[in-house]
Design a protein around this ligand. Sequence first.
Ligand code: ADP
Length: 365
Amino acid sequence: MQKLVTGLLKSIVHPETGENIVDGGFVENVTATDDKITVSLLFKKARDPFALKIKSQVQTLLEGRFPQLKESITVFVKEGAPAKPKVEKRTTTGAIRNIVAIASGKGGVGKSTVTANLAVTLRDMGYKVGLLDADIYGPSQNKMFGCEGYLPDAQQIDGFDYIVPAEVAGLKLISIGFFIKPTDALIWRGTMACNALRQLIHQTLWGELDYLLIDLPPGTGDIHLSIISELKISGAVIVSTPQQVAVADVVRGVEMFRNENVNIPVLGIVENMAWFTPAELPNNKYYIFGKEGCKRLAESMNVPLLGQIPIVQSICEGGDSGKPVALDGDTIVGRAFRDLARSVVAETNKRNDEKPATEAVKMHS
Ligand code: ADP
């Protein structure tokens, strides 16, 4: 019976490692008799985001296979880093003060556009900024900063290879798009994507940064959880349009970060494409996607509305021409992004004030 149960557990794969949970060492103990099954799962990471998912997979699998024992199947989860965690890899994120993940419930709401413009605005405010384009399904920061052809160099320091980021518009940029052809992105499997991103996160020569912005893929899923678990993220910013369908997806995004196993503060929501303002009528506002959908949602979910960005032709043109429009300074758009950046700084500072100073730079290894 014990062997049978262990054999069955091999059908469950840990999404991050790609190994089955038995060979991957996640099954600490199995006791199985004809009238009782107990499985103890052990996750070495303190906050393995896949722990709950795997626990419920094990429970469902065993209940399906042994319905007569339904009430007598117990699955325990133990979590926690070993007393002295082994640092197998060097990480280059140690000197980064704030890591902010930018997410969206769905694609096409302007997440990458907002991220690029927020990055250059923070830089203009005097912060040292890095940008990691982790949007495996549609990396676009390379295009937005006009460095599509950039081929990152490797640099060896103390026998370790590091990836040299592009330096554009005064910030450091590394995009998964530097490494893959757009047509390949869709066929990348979860584990492959996670491994590549892990490498970009830990091996990029970021140097000292005040802010590292991470442009996440749209939606919620295993890749998000994997990136999130690799890093000590200071907070998440969620971008949406005010449209009802987009707003509904935001709720899932907020819940992903608030999940007890993830537990990352949501710094707030950005309402992009909040209204249309024609260049020749700068005081007119046309609410094309509905009025203040994100504002109401932010209130109902008790998260700050960090900023509202209008639909402006130059934003779109800036993205296409490789020059984020917020670089232009004193325009409607420049001001909107400055308000957003100030809110992001205020919210991250608030979180940093709530924890001991050393926490801000402490990373998961
Ligand atoms: P996502 O990253 O959410 O998929 P993008 O940032 O790629 O979305 O934006 C999708 C399209 O919308 C792009 O062509 C971009 O230039 C345009 N866009 C985004 N925000 C605005 C805006 N506020 N005004 C005008 N065009 C915008």
